[in-house]
Design a protein around this ligand. Sequence first.
Ligand code: EPU
Length: 420
Amino acid sequence: MEKLVVEGGARLRGSVPVSGSKNSSLPILAATLLTRERCVIRRVPDLSDTNYMLQILSKLGAHVERASGTVTVEAGDIHPEAPYDLVRRMRASICVMGPLTGRLHRASVSLPGGCVIGDRPIDLHLMGLRAIGATVEVAGGDIKIEAPDGLHGAEVNLRGKHGTTVLGTDNLIMAAVLAKGTTVIEGAAAEPEVVDLADFLNSMGARIEGAGTGRITIRGVEELHGTEHTVIPDRIEAGTFMLAGAIAGDEVTVQRARPDHLVAVTEALRRCGFTVAENGDALTVVGCGEPISGELTTEPYPGFPTDMQAQMCALFATTHGTSTVRETIFPQRFMHIAEMKRMGAHADVSGSTAVIHGVPRLSGAPVMASDLRASAALVLAGLSAEGETEVNRLYHIDRGYEHIDEKLAMLGARLRRVKV
Ligand code: EPU
């Protein structure tokens, strides 16, 4: 096990390149199961989550090669069973369900386990597959899906009580691309990662329209072919470094980003008084003397992303005044608040809302990473805290941030990875 020791107080300055998107790479890698032919995917970040996905693909029978950021998958003969020992390590492995059902008309995928960011049901994923003709049974911890007569296009509304579902939309798209007839998804997730998946599938010969809107139309085709694709930049990694710049920076630039995917984050920072300058694929955050407290609500894209909520809490922890953060996607996603309180933050969580009273400075403390984004927020909090912050259980961060310690060091942060 490793921990990250962050020495607070160094001012950050400089540029950092953004990696390819984790949340795009995972479903795109799963989608390679839809063809026997070779797919080449570039800019796949080197993360434990993408490595798990590659292991799952090879256990399913695909031939997988990885050379730095380029992954080649050839899924010639595959089988439809993804057992618990593979699936339990990463919730996103659920997204092999759609492509296995689409290509093989059957799948057996273990139910993913619990998750610290709250209850994460998959009822909408299953509803989508049922709507296009699959029978779905959950027994013994496994989801068994069968469609002996094939899949048939249908109209499906995927909106749930917490709004749209990203991986649920992905799963239904991937199952429907080889179905007979046309599938229309109403209440579809419009996240850029869904658009990237649709672009990838269309380059394989699929006929998907409307990705990026709430209504996606998929006209089934007979078969898909191999392709090459470059994954979009990771907007959450970019946003996290922008927040590092806001919390502890004089001037921090994220490069190789998609500023159009980061509008909600840019606007939130501007409302807090920061200058954010856009230049091509780069965004620069300029530190400001006295940030302004505010209100923030997470929403599906293009609203403010839940995956950036914890990092904003780290900013508000030392922003003079009272800030309110409302989490509408994962109402219990506030594990970081308890840890930030160990660093001296004044904050309370009531239901799905955190109220944060800014203090002038946090103080370093040993803290426990609970999930990926909470851990990133604790590292950010540590950058400006007095003394040393030890972020334990670093494996959470390595799931989703490629070499975060090296990238922060490039900006002048003082931090070290230590084996425990
Ligand atoms: N939901 C249901 N039923 C379902 C599916 C989802 O009620 O069948 C609910 C969820 O409980 C939640 C809401 O719908 O309240 C949205 O969940 P969604 O399905 O969109 O989440 P996801 O697809 O499982 C992806 C990202 C998450 C990100 C969410 C929301 C990947 C691999 N994961 O999860 O990313 O927070 O969308 O944008 O794409 C992360 O990267 O740290 C992360 C957690």
